[in-house]
Design a protein around this ligand. Structure first.
Ligand code: NAP
Ligand code: NAG
Length: 327
C-alpha cells in the first residue's frame, strides 16, 4: 500500500509551514462558543473603556454570566449608566460592580486605582485593556502632538496599568491580561499612521512580555484583534490637531455588531487564545494576505488607500466609502 507514515510526515511539515493549525485556531472560534460560560463566571474582571462601545457591551455580557466587574473610563456618569444596566440584566448585586474613574493618560493614578479594585474584591482575575482612541488624518497634515497623545493613551497608559495589575497576578501566579488590539496591530492602514503604530507597539510589547511570564503557566497574555466594529470609535478619533473633533462620522451599520465581537472575544479569553483575529471580510482576508503574502498586501493597500484618501479629502468617512466602493 501507499507509504502512509511518510506521506503523513510530509503533509504535516507542509501544514505547519502554512501555519494551518494557527488559522484553524483563529477561524474555528465558533466551535468553542459554549466554553466561556463555564470558565468566566465568578472571575473578577477589570474593564477599561467601559463607558461606551466594545467595553460597554463586554461589561453587559460579563455581568450576564455572573462576573464581578470593575468598570473604568474617564466619564463617571456614563459608567454609572453602564453599571445600572448591568444590574438590571444580571443577578449581580450592587457591591459586585465597582466604578473606578480612570484616565489612562494620568499614570500617577494607576497604582491607587489598582489598589482600590484589590481592596474591594481581594483579587483581579482578568484585566481587559480596552480603553483607547483611533485616528483619522494624513501624517503630512497632523501635528506630532497628536502622535504623542495617541502613544500616551493607547500604549503607555495600557502598559502602565498592566504593570500594576501584573504585580498582583505574579503574586497569585494566576491571571489573564487581555488587550483589545486591532487588525491594525497586524497590518497598516492609511489615515491611521499613529493609531497603527500604537497598536503595533502593543502587539510587540505583549508578544515580548508573554515569554517573560512563561514561568507562570496560569498567567496568560491574550491579544484580541478586531476589524471594524460598531461603537463610538469614529466620533472619538484623533484628527490633525489634539483638540480638533471629527466631523465625518458617516453610517457605521456595515461594521461587525458589537455583541458578536464581544462574544468572540469572550471565547478567546476563556480558551487562552493568544491572538484572535475577530473580523469580517474583506478585512480578515487582507489580514491573512498581510501575514502570508505581504508583497501582495502592500500592492493591494496602495490601491485601497488611494480611494480612502480621495474620499477622506472630499469629506466622506473613509471606512464607509471604502465599503460602498467594494461591495
Ligand atoms: N470599533 C472598532 O472598529 C475597533 C476595532 C479594533 C479595535 N478597537 C479597539 O477597541 C477599543 C474600544 O474602542 P471602541 O471601538 O469601543 O470605541 P469607543 O466607543 O470610542 O470607546 C472607547 C472607550 O475608551 C475610553 N477612553 C478614551 N480615552 C480614555 C482615557 N484617556 N482614559 C481612559 N479611558 C479612555 C472611553 O471612555 P471615556 O471617554 O469615558 O474616558 C470609552 O469608554 C479601543 O482600544 C479600540 O482601539 C476598536
Ligand atoms: C492626575 O490625577 C491627579 C489625582 O487625581 C490629579 O490631581 C491631577 O490633576 C491629574 N492630572 C491630570 C493631568 O489630569
Amino acid at each position: 500500500g501507499p507509504p502512509w507514515p511518510l506521506l503523513w510526515s510530509i503533509s504535516r511539515v507542509f501544514l505547519e509551514y502554512l501555519e494551518i493549525p494557527r488559522l484553524l485556531e483563529r477561524d474555528l472560534l465558533r466551535l468553542k462558543e459554549s466554553s466561556f460560560s463555564l470558565v468566566l463566571p465568578g472571575k473578577v474582571v477589570w474593564v477599561t473603556g467601559a463607558s461606551s462601545g466594545i467595553g460597554e457591551e463586554l461589561s453587559y455580557q460579563l455581568a450576564k454570566i455572573g462576573s464581578p466587574l470593575a468598570l473604568s473610563a474617564r466619564r463617571e456618569n456614563e459608567l454609572e449608566r453602564v453599571k445600572k444596566k448591568c444590574l438590571e440584566i444580571s443577578s449581580l448585586s450592587d457591591k459586585d460592580i465597582l466604578i473606578v474613574p480612570l484616565d489612562l493618560t494620568n499614570r500617577s493614578t494607576h497604582e491607587s486605582a489598582t489598589q482600590s479594585v484589590l481592596k474591594h474584591f481581594g483579587k483581579i482575575d482578568i484585566l481587559v485593556n480596552n480603553g483607547g482612541r483611533s485616528q483619522r488624518s494624513l501624517f503630512v497634515d497632523t501635528s506630532i502632538d497628536v502622535y504623542n497623545a495617541i502613544m500616551e493613551l493607547n500604549y503607555l497608559g495600557t502598559i502602565s496599568l498592566t504593570k500594576h495589575v501584573l504585580d498582583h497576578m505574579i503574586q497569585r501566579k494566576k491571571g489573564k491580561i487581555v488587550t483589545m488590539n486591532s487588525v491594525m496591530g497586524i497590518m497598516g492602514a492609511p489615515l491611521a499612521t499613529g493609531y497603527c503604530a500604537s497598536k503595533h507597539a502593543l502587539q510587540g510589547f505583549f508578544n515580548s512580555l508573554r515569554p517573560e511570564v512563561a514561568e507562570y503557566p496560569e498567567i496568560s497574555i491574550i491579544n484580541l484583534c478586531p476589524g471594524p466594529v460598531q461603537s463610538q470609535i469614529i466620533q472619538n478619533v484623533f484628527t490633525e490637531e489634539v483638540s480638533k473633533v471629527n466631523a465625518n462620522i458617516g453610517d457605521q451599520s456595515h461594521k461587525m455588531p458589537t455583541d458578536r465581537c464581544v462574544r468572540l472575544g469572550l471565547v478567546s479569553m476563556a480558551n487562552d487564545i493568544k491572538e484572535a483575529w475577530i473580523s469580517d471580510n474583506p478585512y480578515l482576508a487582507v489580514c491573512y494576505l498581510w501575514q502570508y503574502a505581504p508583497t501582495w498586501a502592500w500592492w493591494l493597500l496602495n490601491r485601497i488607500g488611494k480611494t480612502r484618501i480621495k474620499n477622506f479629502k472630499s469629506g466622506v468617512d473613509a471606512d464607509v466609502s471604502y465599503y460602498k466602493k467594494s461591495s
